[in-house]
Write a new protein. Structure first.
Length: 270
């Protein structure tokens, strides 16, 4: 059976929701709920920053210095806490939103020495300039208007390590002003998730593109694509702006369960 699932599509296979009351399935639902609960505080944090920034921008559009001060005050406390999952946070302005800085990132990172401002090249004529609007963490929520989880990916812009980025649009009167967001090191995330994953059957946590976030299945590496027949079809709802939680079974047996509104899913070997 080919690993890319093409033969299942030719046979007309479609994901079917299952109502499985076996011990494994019930345990998987509980694991998915615990994974969602791990992300809930991160999502609430980003959504709160979005709302604060939206109110501030509705009152007046800041210059770059005022924006930096506002964003720093929002994120510094969270980044200073070593108990938090996040390793980077801030706001990325839509091109042209700030009159004195057409391209601008107000982003801070947690370092061993303390909180550090991310240094970027904001001159589009410079060789080192990178158009951040082409990147997934900007591109997808700009289209959907909804919060988006990107990764895991190697973040060469900020962390040079496997990272998950959560971004949400800040919109004023129908105009996109930028993205509020956070970075989470996957290694730090795994510290939280592995005890949860190891409590049940062997499983793999994947994003909507089937890229591995964490796994208890041998030889399944973080950042790799998980290739199982029918998996792409099963994960398709996660790529929509909104979806209902689901539990579907793949043709070769694994159970796929959505983890709340995280846009992540568990693939459980049953």
């Amino acid at each position: 059976m080919p690993s890319n699932g093409s033969s299942t599509r030719r046979r007309g296979w479609k994901p079917q929701k299952v109502h499985d009351m076996t011990e494994t399935a019930i345990g998987t639902d509980a694991t998915a709920a615990r994974i969602a609960a791990t992300f809930d505080p991160v999502f609430a944090l980003v959504d709160g920053w979005r709302d604060t920034l939206a109110r501030a921008f509705a009152a007046s559009i800041p210059n770059a210095a005022a924006l930096d001060a506002l964003v720093h005050d929002l994120v510094a406390g969270e980044l200073a806490s070593e108990t938090r999952l996040i390793t980077g946070a801030g706001f990325v302005a839509a091109p042209g939103f700030l009159k004195d800085a057409p391209w601008h990132l107000a982003w801070w990172l947690r370092r061993a020495s303390g909180i550090e401002r991310l240094q970027t090249v904001d001159d589009p004529d410079a060789d080192e300039f990178r158009d951040y609007t082409t990147l997934e963490w900007w591109r997808v929520p700009a289209v959907t208007g909804a919060r988006h989880l990107t990764g895991p990916y190697v973040d060469y812009l900020c962390t040079d390590d496997y990272t998950v980025t959560v971004t949400t649009p800040v919109v004023i009167d129908g105009t996109l002003t930028g993205m509020a967001g956070v970075d989470v090191y996957v290694a730090r995330l795994e510290q939280e998730l592995l005890p949860v994953l190891q409590a049940g059957a062997p499983c793999t946590l994947v994003n909507a593109s089937a890229r591995v976030v964490s796994s208890t299945v041998p030889r399944t590496a973080t950042g790799a694509l998980l290739r199982r027949p029918g998996l792409a079809e099963a994960l398709a709802p996660l790529r929509l702006p909104s979806w209902e939680e689901f539990s579907v079974r793949l043709p070769d047996g694994p159970l796929v369960v959505a983890c709340g509104d995280t846009s992540l899913a568990l693939v459980v070997e049953t």
